[in-house]
Write a new protein. Structure first.
Length: 234
């Protein structure tokens, strides 16, 4: 079974400028990676990517700048075309409404915060690992968690594939994202040796749930459905 979100039926008040900026910077960083020789790229990633063992050493010596720069670099580096396209697609589908609810600058800080939380959770699960962790997955997981809290009833147009039979269905954001995070949890428990950092996804998602709840309590947004349309109320 394969579920791919195509779009959300959820209007915004403002253009998602920061979401577009994040997507642009991520692709520019990826093209920079592609321009490097393979050996140089491997050294660059080993130096700048998030490495759990290195992170705990930096914590021990209180190298705050090293920690922040490692998290920042790791958030915008990606490991291949499928990696970056998948991440940026999810950000494109879900990021605009979360940015609209938070505001551009708070949204950017939240994006980086969710990334940091996700990486730290990964480091707590694998404290001695020397495998570099790269990608915006933890940050985007945070966006998904916030979306689940802020817009649980929003319909997600989804490509649903069983075997070779594709179809388009509409699933509420709550159930789609519940399925998604459940898949991350199960995969993190069962597939411990996977190169995919499932626990970083879980950590970022939990950060998104928390910040989403804070934003919702201070800036409530209500949606009402009628004839497959969404009417916006402030």
């Amino acid at each position: 079974m394969f579920l791919l979100p195509l779009r959300d039926i959820n209007p915004t008040r403002k253009a998602p400028i920061m979401t577009y900026v994040i997507i642009l910077v991520s692709f520019l960083a990826f093209f920079f990676e592609l321009s490097m020789p393979k050996g140089t790229l491997q050294m660059f990633i080993q130096t700048h990517a998030f490495v759990p063992a290195k992170f705990w050493h930096m914590v021990k010596v209180f190298d705050l700048w090293g920690i922040l720069s490692m998290i920042l670099f790791s958030t915008f580096l990606h490991g291949g075309w499928m990696h970056i396209i998948g991440n940026m697609w999810f950000l494109y589908v879900f990021g605009d409404n979360v940015e609209d609810a938070m505001g551009h600058h708070v949204y950017l800080l939240f994006y980086l915060f969710a990334s940091a939380v996700g990486m730290i959770v990964h480091a707590m699960i694998f404290p001695t690992s020397n495998m570099p962790l790269i990608g915006g997955s933890a940050a985007i997981s945070g966006v998904l968690g916030a979306y689940m809290v802020l817009f649980p009833a929003s319909p997600i147009e989804t490509l649903f594939i069983i075997g070779i039979f594709p179809m388009t269905v509409y699933i509420s954001a709550y159930w789609y994202l519940f399925y998604w995070i459940l898949l991350q949890l199960v995969s993190g428990i069962v597939d411990v040796m996977s190169p995919v950092a499932y626990w970083a996804h879980v950590g970022g998602f939990l950060a998104g749930l928390w910040i989403g709840a804070v934003v919702k309590s201070h800036r409530p947004t209500r949606y009402r459905f009628y004839s497959d349309r969404i009417y916006y109320y402030r």
